[in-house]
Design a protein around this ligand. Structure first.
Ligand code: NAD
Length: 258
């Protein structure tokens, strides 16, 4: 890889780490903000999400890697005190590319892509939505909202909703309820539902007033929309690994070790 860019969280430590990386890498690669082949995200998981969205317009030709400068990161491979190892690894140029699935959704005539999840949330009133799967009516949901996450996003918002953690390489999406109402009059599945590429989820409502559409860290108004269509996209985000961090180790490091 010959061209790189850095996306940096604007705190003191992240800026210091970014400057140190640039000082070393500028002698072997060109810094190209607009068309980089390698994007180095320095910050946290939020910075990685921001990086992926920043380069979504050329998602298939960019590879991402993260250096974490906070306390914990799930989408990042190096800790802040390991940036010298990272520079060494880039210089050695031995890497492996792996892909993370994206969700593709259409709402109000716009197409969006999500690395973690899509959320339809309404905190002002119960949101009623009819859920169709592959054009067939499945159920009517009532409650605060719904979250459709990728395997990568299964450890994020989805996990807080009691959804399953799914190995990040799996081509699966998971539909989880946000405070669903369940009794004899209002019934929906209640458990997270995991679907694959052959499925399209459609959320229909004649009233999305007050609801928001969350696409990873981004938030949009759903006013005027009557449906949201969600599939696993054919586009994928490329992540580069200079050193192998097994998924189970990543999981343990983030949630179980001290
Ligand atoms: P933020 O800074 O509030 O991040 C929330 C937390 O989610 C952070 O601890 C971050 O490390 C973690 N996170 C993000 N992606 C992750 C992933 N794939 N696996 C494990 N942890 C992950 O918000 P932000 O930086 O704007 O990031 C937006 C993301 O935050 C959303 O995509 C959503 O998944 C997550 N979020 C989670 C909750 C929740 O769990 N209740 C609420 C809001 C947002």
């Amino acid at each position: 890889m010959k061209k790189y860019a850095i996306v940096c969280k604007q705190d003191k430590k992240s800026i210091e780490v970014s400057q140190a990386i640039r000082l070393e890498l500028d002698s072997i690669m060109d810094y190209d903000e607009k068309y980089p082949e390698l994007v180095i995200s320095v910050g946290g998981d939020g910075t990685m999400l921001y990086s992926v969205h920043k380069y979504m317009y050329q998602i298939e030709s960019v590879s991402f890697i993260g250096i974490h400068t906070g306390t914990l990161g799930f989408l990042t491979d190096y800790q802040k005190d390991e940036y010298l190892d990272f520079i060494e690894d880039v210089k050695n140029n031995k890497y492996h590319i792996y892909h993370r699935c994206l969700l593709e959704l259409v709402a109000n005539g716009h197409t969006y892509y999500a690395l973690n999840e899509v959320r339809v949330e309404n905190n002002r009133r119960s949101q009623v939505m009819d859920i169709y799967i592959n054009h067939d009516f499945f159920e009517t949901f009532r409650g605060n909202g719904l979250c459709i996450s990728t395997a990568s996003g299964s450890t994020a918002y989805n996990k807080s909703l009691g959804g399953a953690v799914i190995n990040s390489s799996a081509g699966l999406m998971q539909l989880s309820e946000i405070a669903g109402i369940h009794h004899n009059a209002y019934r929906s599945l209640g458990s997270p539902l995991i679907l694959d590429y052959s499925h399209k989820i459609e959320l229909r409502s004649d009233n999305f007033d007050g609801a928001i559409l969350g696409v990873d860290q981004l938030v949009f108004d759903l006013k005027g929309a009557d449906r949201i269509e969600i599939v696993l996209s054919n586009k994928k985000a490329r992540f580069i690994q200079y050193r192998h961090v097994p998924y189970i180790q990543r999981l343990k490091r983030a949630y179980l070790s001290d």
